[in-house]
Design a protein. Structure first.
Length: 201
C-alpha cells in the first residue's frame, strides 16, 4: 500500500509533517522559470515589464502567503527574496553586483517579507471587523479584551511548544496586529488601513 507524504489543496502543497518546504520548492522553481521568460523578452519598455511583473508574476508567487509565509527565515524564502530582487535587475537593467537594498529602494519595491506581514495584518483586520467567515475568524483570533487578559483591546498571542505554531497565522498575525498599536487597531475602514500600511515597517 502506498502512503501519500503530502497533499495539494487550492494550489498549496503541505507535507504530512506540516512542513511548507515542498511548497516553497515549487514556488521557487516556478519563480525561476518565469524570470527566465522575462529575461528573454527585451523588446518592450521597462515600465511595461514592471507592470506585468507586479500584476501577474508577483501575485502568483505570493499566492496564499499568509499561510506559508511564516517560514520567512528559511533559506528557501531567502531565495525567493533574491529572485524578487533579480526581477528588478532584469526589468531595469541594473548590474548584478548592485546591492539588494539599493535595488529595491531605487525601484520602490517592498520585500516579500514585508508583503507577508502586510497580508497578515489585512487578514486580521478583516477577522476583527466581521469580514471573514466566523469559523475562520474564531480559529485565528483570540480577543484580548477579557478581564483575564493582559492584552486589553489587543489579541492573545497563542503559546507555542513547536516551530509549527510559532510560524502559524494565529501566532504571527496576533503579534503583528498587537504591534501596530491600539489607535491603528481602531481603524474602521479597510482603505484607511491600507493607507497606514504604506508606511508600516
Amino acid at each position: 500500500m502506498n502512503t501519500r507524504l503530502g497533499a495539494r489543496r487550492l494550489g498549496v502543497t503541505l507535507e504530512q509533517n506540516l512542513s511548507w518546504i515542498p511548497h516553497l520548492k515549487e514556488v521557487t522553481k516556478n519563480f525561476a522559470n518565469k524570470l527566465s521568460l522575462l529575461k528573454k523578452s527585451t523588446f518592450l519598455p521597462s515600465h511595461v515589464y514592471e507592470s506585468f511583473y507586479v500584476k501577474v508574476i508577483q501575485p502568483s508567487i505570493a499566492y496564499a502567503m499568509p499561510v506559508w509565509g511564516g517560514v520567512n527565515q528559511t533559506e528557501l524564502f531567502k531565495t525567493l527574496e533574491r529572485q524578487h530582487c533579480r526581477a528588478a535587475r532584469i526589468i531595469f537593467g541594473f548590474p548584478p553586483n548592485m546591492p539588494t537594498v539599493d535595488v529595491l529602494a531605487t525601484v520602490k519595491w517592498n520585500t516579500l517579507t514585508y508583503m507577508y506581514k502586510r497580508s497578515l495584518i489585512k487578514l486580521f483586520f478583516k477577522g476583527s471587523h466581521g469580514m471573514l467567515p466566523s469559523t475562520l475568524a474564531d480559529e485565528l483570533i483570540i480577543q484580548g479584551n477579557r478581564p483575564s487578559s493582559r492584552l486589553k483591546h489587543g489579541l492573545i498571542v497563542p503559546s507555542f511548544a513547536s516551530k509549527y505554531v510559532h510560524n502559524s497565522i494565529s501566532y504571527r498575525g496576533a503579534v503583528l496586529w498587537n504591534a501596530i498599536g491600539r489607535s491603528n487597531r481602531s481603524i474602521v475602514e479597510f482603505t484607511d488601513l491600507k493607507s497606514f500600511l504604506k508606511n508600516f515597517v
